[in-house]
Write a protein that binds this ligand. Structure first.
Ligand code: BYC
Length: 474
C-alpha cells in the first residue's frame, strides 16, 4: 500500500519527493511494525495513550499531545534546522566546511557509530517490554509508553541516516537493527548495558536516570559531528531525551520521598521495618544505583582510546558542548588518568588529550549525575536522617577500560577478589533485593491512585491533573 508521506510519516527531510528513501522505508517500515508488535510493549497495543508526538521541529509542532494507540503513533523523521554558517568545530580540519555527504574515508567509521547509537534505541524498548503490567500508576504507565515510542523514533532517526547516506550497506544495517535482541544469546545488542534485564520499576527509573543520561552525552558528542545530517539529527533527539531523564530523576525522587515518609512514620530507617511497611529502603536503592551507574559508565568506552582520538582528529565525534572549550585541536595537551599499577594499587598515567576523550566525556557525565543525588539527599537530610545516597567511584565494577575486571570497593580502593566477593551483597542488588522489589510491583490502574512504594508526582503531564486518565486500557 502506498504511504501518504508527510501525513503518515511527519518529516522535514522532504520525504515526499525522495524516491530512494521512500523505497527503503517502504520495505523497512512494515518490518519495524512487526518488530514493535513482537518485541515492543506486551499488550496495551489497543490502549489509548496520552502521547506527545513530534509533527514538526518548531515550538508549535514538536510536542503535540493527544490519546493515540501506540501502533498508530506517527514515528517521524526530524533534523534540527540547518545552520548555513556551520563549520567543523574541532580536530585537524577545524574551521573547514561541514560535510553534507559522508566522506569515503570515514564511511565505515560513521556507519559503525550510527549503528551503535541506533542499536541502543530498540534495545531499550525490548528491555522494558513487560513493565506495562506492573506500572505504579496510569501516569507512570503513560510515561513508560512515551519513552518507548520515542526510543522507536530515535531508531527511525538513525535508520533515516543509514538509508539516506549509506546505500545498500545502510539498508542491511537497518534490517540488522531489528534482528539483534536485548539479552539474546545468539544475536545480542551491541553494548553491555542494553542486554541487562529491566524487570522492575526501580530498575526502569535507574536506567532512565543513568543510562538515558549516557544517551544525552553521546548525542551531544555526535551533535558536534562534521557530518551535518548526523549532527542535526542528534540535536533534535536531545529535545526528546530530556523527558526520559526527567522520568528517571522524578521517579527515583518519588521513591525516595515515599521511603522517607515511611521512615518518619516509623521513626526509624531500619531497612527491614521500611520493607515491612511496603516501601523500598535506601540501602536497596543504593545497591540498584551502584549497579546501573557502573554499568552506564562502561558505555563511554575505554578511558584510553585510539578510536576516540581518531574520531576527534577527523571531526567525526567531538566533546559534548565543544564550543565551551578554548582549544578545539587538543594537540599538545595531556590528561592524567588513574590506572591500576599491577600490584594492587593505583598509578598515574599521562596520555595525549585526544586519547582521553571518552574519559573527558565520562567525567562530564559523572558531574551531571551528581545533580539528582544532591536533590534526593537534601530531601533525606531535611527529614532528619543521616543516610546519603552516593555515586560509587568510576573504578568500581567496571567491564570496559583500565579498571575492567579489577576488584575495588565502591570508593575505588583496589581490594582482593575474595573481599569483593564477600561484600557483593552489600554493594550490589542481591536475589533477595530483587525478589522484594518485584513483590512490590503490583499494577495500579485507577486514575490518580499510586502504588504504596512511590509518592505521587508534583504535577501531571502537559497541564493535565495527576488523576487524569493518561491511559485508557481497552
Ligand atoms: N559494551 O576504543 P573503545 C542511548 C567496544 S545510549 C560493549 O573504548 P570507542 C540510549 C567498542 O564498541 C548512547 N562493547 O571504543 C540510552 C569497541 O569495539 P570494536 C549510545 C563496548 O569506539 C537509553 C571496543 O570496545 N550511543 O542513546 O571509543 C535508552 C573498543 O573500545 C562497550 C553511543 O554509544 C560497551 N559498554 O567507544 C536508549 C554512541 N564500550 O569497534 C538509548 C556511539 C566499548 O573494537 N558509540 N565497547 O569492535 C560510540 O561512540 C562508541 O562506540 C562508544 C565506544 C562510546 C560506545
Amino acid at each position: 500500500m502506498a504511504l501518504n508521506y508527510g501525513d503518515r510519516i511527519p518529516n522535514n527531510v522532504d520525504l515526499g519527493s525522495n524516491r530512494t528513501l521512500q523505497r527503503a522505508l517502504e520495505h523497512w517500515q512494515p518490518e519495524f511494525l512487526k518488530w514493535w508488535q513482537g518485541m515492543g510493549p506486551t499488550d496495551f497495543q489497543s490502549a489509548d495513550v496520552y502521547l506527545r508526538t513530534a509533527t514538526s521541529v518548531d515550538a508549535k509542532g514538536w510536542a503535540t499531545y493527544g490519546h493515540v494507540r501506540m501502533p498508530e503513533y506517527r514515528w517521524g523523521i526530524f533534523l534540527a534546522e540547518p545552520s548555513a554558517q556551520r563549520r567543523i568545530g574541532f580536530g585537524d580540519d577545524f574551521g573547514k566546511d561541514v560535510w553534507q555527504q559522508v566522506p569515503g574515508e570515514y564511511r565505515s567509521t560513521l556507519r559503525r557509530l550510527i549503528v551503535t547509537q541506533g542499536d541502543t534505541e530498540p534495545a531499550s524498548v525490548e528491555q522494558q517490554r513487560l513493565l506495562g503490567h506492573t506500572a505504579p500508576s496510569l501516569y507512570d504507565l503513560r510515561n513508560l509508553f512515551q519513552v518507548n515510542v520515542e526510543e522507536g523514533r530515535h531508531l527511525w532517526a538513525m535508520v533515516y541516516l543509514l538509508h539516506g547516506y549509506f546505500g545498500r550497506d545502510g539498508r542491511e544495517e537497518a534490517e540488522a537493527l531489528l534482528a539483534r535482541h536485548s539479552g539474546s544469546v545468539d544475536n545480542p545488542r551491541i553494548l553491555g548495558t542494553f542486554n541487562e534485564p529491566i524487570s522492575d520499576w526501580l530498575s526502569f527509573f535507574m536506567f532512565t536516570y543513568f543510562t538515558d543520561r549516557d544517551g544525552k552525552f553521546q548525542l551531544k558528542s555526535l551533535a558536534e559531528s562534521s557530518f551535518d545530517p548526523l549532527a542535526r539529527t542528534c540535536r533534535f533527539m536531545l529535545t526528546e531525551e530530556a523527558h526520559h531523564m526527567f522520568v528517571g530523576e522524578t521517579g527515583i525522587g518519588r521513591v525516595v520521598k515515599r521511603s522517607i515518609e515511611i521512615m518518619k512514620e516509623l521513626g526509624s530507617d531500619d531497612p527491614d521495618a521500611v520493607r515491612s511497611a511496603g516501601a523500598i529502603d535506601l540501602p536497596t536503592m543504593q545497591r540498584y544505583l551502584n549497579f546501573w551507574f557502573s554499568s552506564s559508565l562502561d558505555l563511554f568506552g575505554a578511558d584510553s582510546s585510539s578510536n576516540a582520538a581518531g574520531y576527534f582528529a577527523n571531526g567525526i565525534k567531538g566533546r559534548p558542548d565543544e564550543a565551551s572549550y578554548e582549544d578545539h585541536l587538543a594537540t599538545g595537551q595531556t590528561y592524567e588518568l588513574d590506572v591500576p599499577d599491577g600490584k594492587g594499587g593505583v598509578a598515574l598515567e599521562r596520555l595525549p588529550m585526544r586519547n582521553a576523550m571518552n574519559e573527558v566525556t565520562r567525567q562530564a557525565y559523572v558531574r551531571d549525575c551528581e545533580v539528582g543525588l544532591t536533590r534526593w539527599n537534601r530531601l533525606i537530610a531535611k527529614a532528619g536522617f543521616s543516610v546519603q545516597l552516593t555515586l560509587p567511584s568510576t573504578k568500581f565494577r567496571r567491564s570496559i577500560g583500565s579498571w575492567a575486571g579489577i576488584a575495588t570497593d565502591p570508593a575505588g580502593k583496589p581490594i582482593s577478589q575474595a573481599e569483593a566477593d564477600a561484600q557483593r551483597g552489600a554493594w550490589l542488588p542481591t536475589h533477595a533485593d530483587r525478589a522484594f522489589v518485584t513483590s512490590l510491583m503490583q499494577p495500579v490502574t485507577e486514575p490518580g491512585k499510586m502504588a504504596g512504594w512511590i509518592a505521587p508526582p508534583d504535577r501531571g503531564v502537559n497541564n493535565q491533573p495527576v488523576p487524569y486518565e493518561y491511559v485508557r486500557i481497552a
